[in-house]
Design a binder for this molecule. Sequence first.
Ligand SMILES: Nc1ncnc2c1ncn2[C@@H]1O[C@H](COP(=O)(O)OP(=O)(O)O)[C@@H](O)[C@H]1O
Ligand SMILES: [Mg+2]
Length: 258
Amino acid sequence: MDFLTLRGIHHTYFTKTSAVTALNNISLDVQEGEFVSFLGPSGCGKTTLLSIIAGLIDPSDGQVKLEGKSVKEASNQTGYMLQQDYLFPWKTIEENILLGLKISVTLEESKKEEVLALLGQMGLENVEKLYPKQLSGGMRQRVALVRTLATEPKLLMLDEPFSALDYQTKLKLEDLVSNTFKSFGKTAILVTHDIGEAIAMSDRIFLFSPRPGRLHKTFSMPEELRNLSPFEARNHPIYNELFQTIWKELESIEPEEY
Ligand SMILES: Nc1ncnc2c1ncn2[C@@H]1O[C@H](COP(=O)(O)OP(=O)(O)O)[C@@H](O)[C@H]1O
Ligand SMILES: [Mg+2]
């Protein structure tokens, strides 16, 4: 059985004066344990599609199922991480990462220990009592990642989580996220407009075209790359070939844009 299935997703935003069709007839499947990317230029409906998969907005038409159930019923099975970390500035790091748990389940002491240990695994020592503003952007995104993992979602969705970070921090976080998700066997969807990031991190890439958002093409990453860390993958000769291929494909979608 497919883990996540999207069938005929269509979405139109209505405002007082206009109607914008954000997504047109999107059908795709994601297998359990797979890491996929939604790649495409800004405005092609990537965030809209994630919000639909998360059950946050209802599509105008079509169906989303997670393990055969509607995502509305399964909304506690999904976790969402955004470009901005959205940590609460008035709460400590510990309070921020335990927040999702307090809302969804009773907070057992053992579970609390586990989540705090996860901070250590992310290379964050002695930050529990600090406030978000005392941490760097990369550290805050690691805290956001711990908070997302804390509720043990079956499906993780990352909406451009590295795009506000400097290049070096971004490369390090790519490796950290990739290793963490592999070791936990998590299924994940990464939204990005960065071709290199999509190639380095994914098992498959769904390339979207804009106005309205459509699934343009699907690329399966070769075994050689999938077995490498994102950083190593970027140094593999196949990486450059794929980059050229996908670059040309993006150019054919939006030749004028720069
Ligand atoms: N809340 C909204 N109301 C009206 N239009 C929206 C809304 N959110 C997104 N859109 C429009 O839908 C299209 C897709 O947006 P979005 O899903 O944010 O794309 P992406 O994440 O790929 O940049 C864009 O044309 C955008 O302007
Ligand atoms: Mg977006």
